[in-house]
Design a protein around this ligand. Structure first.
Ligand code: SAM
Length: 389
């Protein structure tokens, strides 16, 4: 079974590492731009797919059930192109798609795979549309075209609309754009087509947070940053500028052998931290705590903290680049004081210049271990891991 995972652009290798290390039966796990693809051994039990959905660095999972190159698709006029896409429906492995969906969702669609196979056979033989019944699942088709969109004479909407129409004809599924049981995604790049079924209904990065702030980070981003710091059991990990607490909360859930503490100098941010901690702790207690503090004067002894993971004010929604030029060197000075020798500092910022110049000012104190250019809500940001020398 071929799985396609959408991940944060820039953190593809982090996601590939998590998938290969946590899921059994994974073969050929490869990072691409914004996604990771891998194969699950053929007879993977449905438990494996449920484990796939527990990955913390992945936004969405899909199972690929059709992949092809249609020569000349880009040159075809609109009507012919969408008709060609429509006609491919019978070459797709709908049995695999439905089996995967059922395993991931822990429920069956009416009639299961037997009905799907029978409906496809009938349609191919008679050309008569399947009936829509009250048991028919609802679905939507999304089409995403990558690369040069002017390479096609049809729009993504045209392709999704026509293909969705054909699914309705063959299987009698009900179209619904907002509330749907099944989501089918077509990804078209020039002449290449990938058709996939979504395994999760709601994006997996939507977890932990109930009180959103102006710069709340996705849980998948928080997880990726923390895993770059490589937390060890028993380590003390702090986020000195934690906003609504998204990094410490994700850390305490994902790395329960380490200790997470967050803080912020804004009272409202602290209120959001406690609201998020309360709502995230509904199923099981999450051991982390939050404090009102100034990240330039932290209540920790010298050489006492193992790891700092933080998302700096970028100077976009919060603060300004002028502020950052003064603030970043002060932060690094204080964080150098509290970190143990060999302690790790992972930071994210859009203001690459200010952070580069702050590191350069104290270059003998820090070793750069790795850097990542990451897409944060459309902004190209730098995530950097330093170690205190
Ligand atoms: C980019 S936001 C962090 C967002 C956070 N990761 C989240 O998901 O909510 C940066 C935070 O730094 C805080 N901050 C700015 N200057 C600070 C300082 N001197 N001490 C502590 N926090 C500070 C701001 O209040 C803001 O909440």
């Amino acid at each position: 079974m071929e799985v396609y995972a959408t991940v944060i652009t820039g953190f593809e290798k982090v996601a590939a590492k998590e998938i290969s290390s946590k899921i059994e039966n994974v073969r050929n796990c490869q990072p691409y731009r914004g996604n990771v693809r891998f194969t699950l051994e053929k007879d993977s039990p449905s438990e494996t797919l449920k484990n796939v959905l527990k990955m913390r660095s992945v936004d969405n999972f899909y199972v690929v059930f059709y992949e092809n190159v249609i020569e000349g698709l880009g040159k075809m006029e609109k009507e012919k192109a969408v008709k060609t896409l429509q006609n491919e429906i019978s070459f797709m492995n709908w049995k695999i798609a439905i089996e995967a969906w059922q395993a991931a969702n822990g429920k069956s669609i009416f009639g299961g795979t037997d009905l799907i196979v029978e409906q496809m056979r009938n349609f191919m033989k008679t050309g008569i549309n399947a009936e829509v019944t009250e048991n028919s699942p609802s679905f939507r088709v999304t089409c995403k075209r990558a690369g040069d969109k002017s390479a096609h004479q049809f729009s993504s909407m045209d392709a999704a609309w026509k293909f969705g129409g054909q699914i309705n004809n063959v299987f009698g599924w009900r179209t619904s754009m907002k509330q749907f049981d099944i989501e089918i995604v077509m990804r078209i790049e020039r002449d290449s087509i990938l058709v996939m079924i979504a395994l999760n209904n709601e994006s997996l990065f939507k977890r932990n947070i109930s009180a959103y702030g102006p710069t709340t980070m996705r849980a998948t981003m928080c997880y990726s940053m923390i895993s770059i710091a490589d937390p060890k059991p028993g380590e003390l990990i702090i986020d000195p500028m934690c906003g609504g607490g998204s990094i410490p909360i994700e850390g305490a859930c994902a790395f329960s052998d380490s200790f997470f503490i967050g803080g912020d100098n804004h009272v409202l941010a602290l209120e959001r931290c406690f609201a998020n901690l309360k709502s995230a702790s509904e199923q099981f207690p999450i051991p982390c705590n939050f404090f009102l503090w100034n990240a330039c004067h932290l209540p920790f002894n010298d050489n006492s903290v193992d790891v700092i993971v933080t998302d700096l004010p970028f100077g976009k929604k919060l603060g300004s680049v002028m502020d950052n030029r003064l603030l970043y060197p002060k932060l690094l000075e204080e964080w150098k004081r509290i970190l143990k020798i060999g302690g790790r500092l992972v930071m994210m910022t859009h203001d690459k210049r200010s952070i580069d110049s702050a590191i350069l000012k104290d270059r003998d104190a820090w070793q750069t271990d790795s850097t990542y250019i990451v897409n944060v809500g459309g902004l190209s940001c730098l995530c950097i891991r330093l170690s205190k020398i």
